[in-house]
Design a protein around this ligand. Structure first.
Ligand code: C2E
Ligand code: CA
Ligand code: CA
Length: 756
């Protein structure tokens, strides 16, 4: 159903608004937050890696420097013994083996932990050798691996040997000619090999070619590395054989002159970067959590705002498109939907129709019982219409008492009238609201929407024309628009112009219908009725031109013209009451009383003989001013009759509240006296009611003796109808006054008796 589809539309609108908000705000915020977090992480990780690299390089340098420094220390240790005058004496001057054993070999081994001590003579022949590790020195031959250090010391090599690393290489590859140290493989193990020439400065002034040399070897073993590791705070510093398969990436190589590795060292890295990252990460995590929390809060806020706005919009849209009283779609919504349906039908969809419904007497209810009852009534009508129509029909309230329905249906008149019939019987069934029993009617104009349909305005105009026709044909009817109605409309427009011309140029006339006493033998008054003979169309019935005049507002001028005319002509009929019809539009004008007074003054007509006929609808809506106007006119003698009693809302309220002098029972009641069983009872009741309120009662439309007899018996004071005289020119009334006997009706008793 169209109306129930609204909440879904609203819901999806709210969802899409939320989606839009998410796209416009939350996505950018999320992206910024994510990028910021990513940058932060990358910064932390990069700096951690960089710190790792820096610390690795630093540690590698430290390890190498420390090993080189160790080499220099070993050299200094050897020098501290071999460079003494005692050593020169014991080795060079006179060979003193005990001294050498005690002060050199034992000393270097015990105090400085050297692994091998050898003393060679000027021709590199071994004079003394002491080794901690058995097997290092097997004979008196120079152990292989020591020749290169001796060659370097003795100046036979200009550069350090290719397989070794010179400790003093940076300063002087040959040392000072007195000493040199290398790091090289000695017996397949990395070792520091130091050689010191023995002799005083004078001895060595011309080189060390033939000088004895003390050579000492110290392996770079676990003890040395543990010591270095402890100094450098590099736990686990050790030699690894195959760096490629080492689990530890922290490896450095000690390389020889050719760049080949003498030894690989590994240790547990400090991983400064890891420490930095480790100390930063909790803060990063807190920042990320903060971002996430912030984004969450912003999202929640935006979502909440979007929902609030959306709910407000939905509500506003609903208010803009629905009737506040009954909740039905309003005119705007109806117009939009009508356009859509017309479009669908034009594209080949099933035909549809607009039912334009006008409630009769709704205004009466509103004015007499109050707006709350009126609203309640509208709600009831809404429920009934919704029940009668199908779910996919659109029921809308266009205004006060106007409803409209769009329904897809067969476009033949039989089906349309069947639907209209259902609507009318639903709406016309009595309503019980707050203890009031309310009856209203409905007129319906129908316009079919087919493939040739015009736009929404056209369709509405057609439905309106059909409604006008339905109303003018009598209430509780439905009319289907046809092209002839367009012609009617233009005809009406033409007539309107002609009527205006007639009013202004005395083209109208007044006819007078006698009103007689109960027995019918005496004329007591006349009713003035407007007559119009069109110059070309001939006589036009008041039933045609009065509605046109009312619709166009011409009735005000017409009414004044008739009043003046009736007063002028009525002057000739002393003793007769002259009744003039007053239309609601005329009566409601603020100058109405002044106009009547002026006409009376100008025509010098006796106000006591003027009777104004009002209908119930004349009094609606402005009860206070209506009462005041009536009272002002009554004060100068004018009388009032309530016309057409029984056709309108017929509330007792009117009779009680307003100072009417007379009640005119509508001709439809009189007509039904013989046919409808309860009409007679109603007429009785109305007569006694009027009498009870001190009013006189006139019956209209009395055509035959039976009606006359019945009404007289019921106690009606006066009568009007063809039985007593048709409306005619003023001259007829004058003639009738001159010779009343010519117009006397027969005694109804005799007539009825004769007929039966
Ligand atoms: P109404 O005021 O109820 O006038 C009585 C109508 O009943 C007149 O119709 C009259 O010719 C008709 N009539 C009288 N006796 C009989 C009868 O025995 N049988 C039948 N079938 N009809 C009878 P008319 O003159 O056609 O006027 C129709 C309505 O036009 C009037 O109804 C009144 O409402 C309105 N009207 C006429 N003249 C004026 C006028 O000057 N001003 C205003 N505001 N309305 C007028
Ligand atoms: Ca009348
Ligand atoms: Ca009447």
């Amino acid at each position: 159903m169209i109306t129930s589809a609204r909440p879904q539309i609203a819901e999806s609108a709210s969802r899409s608004r939320w989606n839009r908000a998410r796209l416009r705000l939350i996505v950018p915020i999320g992206v910024i937050a994510a990028v910021a977090v990513a940058c932060l992480l990358i910064a932390v990780l990069t700096s951690a890696r960089r710190a790792n690299e820096v610390s690795l390089t630093r540690e590698q340098q430290l390890v190498q420097q420390e090993i080189v420094a160790r080499g220099a220390r070993v050299l200094r240790e050897v020098e501290s013994v071999a460079g003494t005058p005692g050593a020169t004496q014991a080795i060079r001057v006179e060979y003193d083996r005990p001294w050498i054993e005690h002060h050199l070999g034992n000393w270097l081994e015990a105090f400085f932990d050297h692994d091998l001590v050898v003393v060679v003579d000027g021709t590199n022949g071994v004079e003394y050798a002491r080794s901690r590790i058995s097997g290092d020195v097997g004979s008196t031959d120079l152990p292989t691996g020591l020749s290169s250090v001796l060659d370097l010391l003795r100046g036979r090599l200009t550069n350090p040997p290719s397989h070794a690393m010179s400790i003093l290489a940076a300063e002087d590859p040959r040392g000072n000619g007195r000493s040199v140290a290398l790091i090289e493989h000695f017996l397949d193990r990395p070792a520091i090999v130091a050689a010191v020439a023995v002799g005083s400065d004078k001895d060595l002034a011309h080189g060390n070619e033939n000088a004895p040399v003390v050579v000492s070897v110290k392996y770079i073993d676990d003890n040395v590395l543990r010591d270095i590791g402890a100094r450098l705070q590099l736990p686990g510093l050790r030699i690894v054989d195959d760096p490629a398969h080492s689990a530890n990436p922290q490896v450095t190589a000690l390389t020889d002159a050719q760049g080949a590795a003498i030894a690989h060292f590994a240790w547990q890295p400090t991983r400064l970067g890891g420490q930095i990252a480790g100390s930063l990460l909790p803060f990063v995590a807190i920042a990320i959590a903060g971002f996430a929390l912030l984004a969450g809060l912003v999202m929640r806020y935006i979502r909440h705002t979007a929902e609030t706005i959306s709910a407000g919009e939905t509500q506003l849209r609903h208010l803009a498109l629905h009737d506040p009283v009954c909740g039905l779609p309003n005119r705007i919504y109806f117009g939009e939907r009508l356009e859509t349906v017309i479009g669908e039908v034009r594209r080949g969809g099933p035909s549809a129709a607009v039912f334009y419904i006008d409630l009769d007497h709704f205004k009466d209810v509103n004015d007499t019982l109050g707006h709350h009852i009126g609203d309640e009534l509208i709600l009831n009508v809404t429920q009934r219409l919704s029940r009668v129509m199908r779910g996919d029909d659109l029921v809308a309230r266009l205004g006060g008492d106007e409803f409209a329905i769009i329904t897809a249906c067969a476009s033949d008149s039989y089906s349309l009238q069947a639907i209209a019939g259902r609507i009318i019987s639903a709406v016309c069934a009595p309503y019980a609201i707050s203890g009031h029993n309310i009856n209203i009617g409905a007129s319906i104009g129908i316009a079919v929407i087919d493939r040739r349909a015009g736009d929404a305005a056209d369709i509405l105009r057609y439905a309106d024309m059909a409604l006008y026709r339905a109303k003018s044909e009598g209430r509780n009817r439905a009319c289907i628009y046809d092209a002839a109605m367009d012609a009617d409309l233009s005809q009406r427009k033409l007539l309107e112009g002609d009527l205006l011309h007639a009013i202004r140029n005395d083209g109208l006339a007044a006819a007078y219908q006698p009103i007689v006493n109960a027995s019918g033998d005496t004329m007591v008054g006349v009713e003035a009725l407007a007559r119009w003979t069109h110059p070309t169309a001939g006589v036009i019935s008041p039933a045609v031109f009065i509605p046109i005049a009312e619709h166009s507002g011409l009735i005000v001028e017409l009414g004044e013209w008739m009043l003046r005319r009736a007063c002028l002509e009525g002057r000739n009929w002393p003793g007769l009451t002259v009744a003039v019809n007053v239309s609601p539009l005329q009566f409601r004008r603020s100058d109405f009383v002044d106009v009547v007074e002026r006409v009376l003054r100008e025509t010098e007509f006796d106000a006591n003989r003027l009777e104004l006929e009002l209908t119930e609808s004349t009094l609606l809506g402005n009860m206070e001013t209506a009462e005041l106007s009536m009272l002002r006119l009554k004060a100068i003698g004018v009388r009032f009759a309530l016309d057409d009693f029984g056709t309108g809302y017929s509330s007792l309220l009117y009779l009680r509240r307003f100072p009417f002098d007379k009640l005119k029972i509508d001709s439809s009641f009189v007509l039904s006296i013989e046919t409808a069983p309860d009409a007679a009872a109603i007429v009785h009741a109305v007569v006694s009611l009027g009498r009870g309120l001190g009013m006189r009662v006139t019956a209209e439309g009395v055509e035959n003796a039976e009606q006359h007899l019945f009404l007289r018996a019921a106690g009606v004071h006066s009568m009007q109808g063809y039985r007593f005289g048709r409306p005619g020119p003023a001259a007829d009334i004058t003639a009738r006054m001159a010779s009343p006997d010519d117009y006397r009706v027969d005694n109804p008793d005799q007539e009825v008796a004769l007929a039966s």
